[in-house]
Structures are given as C-alpha cells and as structure tokens.
Design a protein around this ligand. Sequence first.
Ligand code: ZN
Length: 375
Amino acid sequence: MNAVPASDLTFDVRSLPKVSLHDHLDGGLRPQTIIELAARIGHELPSTDAVALGQWFRESADSGSLPRYLETFEHTVAVMQTRDALARVAAEFVEDLADDGVIYGEVRWAPEQHLQQGLSLDEAVEAVQEGLEAGVDTVESTGRQIQVGQLITAMRHADRSMEIAELAVRHRDSGAVGFDIAGAEDGFPPSRFAEAFTYLAENQFPVTAHAGEAAGLDSIADALVSARTLRLGHGVRIAEDIDVEFTNDDDGDGDVGLVSLGRLACWVRDRSIPLEICPSSNLQTGAVAGFGEQLSEHPVDLLYQTGFNVSINPDNRLMSGATLSDELELLVDTFEYDLDDLQTLMLNAVEAAFLPLEEREALADYVVEGFANER
Ligand SMILES: [Zn+2]
C-alpha cells in the first residue's frame, strides 16, 4: 500500500480488467428498463422517472435492515416474468458489466422466482442464457471481450432446493457454472437442504452459499459442512472469529494490533476458502453493524491484510448505486489500496471463479497484462 490520495490516482479503475463473482441479476436492472417492463404489465412502481426510481432503490436499500433491503426486489422480480423480459435484463446486465471493465462475470439468480407468468424452470434458464449470449455478442461487436456464467440460486425459505440443484446440473453444459442458496439466512441453515448438496457433490457441481451475512459463525460452519461450499457468499462475519488487541508500541507513534484467529477463521484463511465480500451492500443491510457503520470500520481490510482470500463484489448494483469499479474506488479512498492491492483482489476472484484451471490461468494472465498496461 502507499499513501497516495485517491484524487491523485494515476490509474483508471474502470479500465482495469475485472472479475465479478457475486452480482444478482434481479439486483442489477437499469431503472429505465424496469419502468418500460412495468408499463407493459401494469405493475405499479414508486416512480416512473428513471433518476427518481434509481434513487428510491438506493434509499430503500439503505435502511440498515436486510428484510427492507430484500423488499426492493419485489419490483425487479415482478417485471422479470417472461422470456423477453428475462432475456432483455440479462443482455443489458452483460453490457453494463462490460462497460464497467468486467471481463468475467458470474450472474446469480433464482429461476423459481420467475414462474408467475407460466415459464417453466428450464424455460427461465434458457431465456436468461439467450440474453447473456446476446449481451456477449453486443460487447464483442464493439471490439471488447466478456465471458459470463449463470449461478443458479435456490431460495432458502422455499423447499425446492433439490429441484433447483437438478435444474442447475441439467444446464451445466449450456451456461450454468454453479449453484447458490440465498434469501433468509437466519433460521434456514444449509443442513435443511442436505439432500440437494449431496446430489451436487456427487455430480461434482460447484457450490457457493450466502453465509456470514445475516447470520454469524454457525451459519458459515454449516455452509462449509452441510453445503460443502467452495466459496462463501459474503462470509464477512468470519471476522467475528478474529480478535484484534491493540497495544502501544515502544516508539509511541501509534498502536500495534495483535491479531489472533479462532479455529473456524483459521480454517477459512488457511484453506484459502474464497470470501465474496460486498462492501457497500454489507453497510446497507447491517451485515457488519457489529463492526461499525462506516466503510473504514468494515472488516474487509482486516480480512485482506490477515491473508484471507478476499474478492470484491457489487452484490446488487441497482440497490447500492455502485458498480464493481465504484466498490474498488471506495476501497482505494478508504484504505489507500494501490494498483498491487487491486490486482491481488482481482487474482483472488480469478482463482475462485467456477472455471476450469486452464481458463483461470488464461484469465489471470489477461488480468496481469491489463494491470501492467496501467502502470
Ligand atoms: Zn448476494
């Protein structure tokens, strides 16, 4: 790290090659698209002005309560119930990632929430895949490159996890790269879905699980044991298993922190289990309220400096009003991260991506080259 203030940055975060692993399809719509799709089906919105609607999403999501944050999705999910709507949202999602400099993205969404107008689970997955591929074509037609994969999410409060796991595996050769569980974390531990996770493991299908966001260490432990998860969606509350003791050093020029890790934190760090950290979202939902309300108090820096496999993600770009580049710029401003730090965070994401080794190696080379061009 160095101490160059962000305003003096000699690099442009947006032009750096980036990898986004935790980005919800129903949390990344353009406000204007929501307005147009809602008008078609007569769905009432809090505003029909794109700027005001975007602001409404950010403010509602800013309440500090996860349930209120999740309420905003009622509007986005409502307008994503047809093949055309899903395909359009997916295509624009890819274009927006590319505009932000993302070269590989994993897009997560829950097909079971998009069946209200008669689509089947398979038709919904195919519609999103069609849109993602159209988005990739549009990006390529402008001379840029992007690769995307679907993470098929099962909602924890519903009891469809086995059906969704089978759906994901069925589409493994046509766009699905992994499985995820999302929704109410507290009270719906992965152990409830043991059958689905066993099926996924037997089929060597990659799993990430939201854990360590709305619930703490028990939830993380259960995700590792019952879900056999390869990554932790957020996982940020693993920091609750880290003790930092401050003592004055001999020079008297500040405090020195002594860091000690509990057994679970050791396991997650020492085995390099990837943490999909979403800084702005964590502040909005109160996931890190135990640490403070400011980004400077967010444990992302502690986790990064202590050697955890930290990647940075936007979670829901519409609700946070922030892209992956914005999230990285916030870290640069707050923790004085430099180009080397950002490259490390990106290479962590590459390592954690649900891609074959050869493709991850190629992606890593591309990232390193892109960063070298900015130096
Ligand atoms: Zn999420």
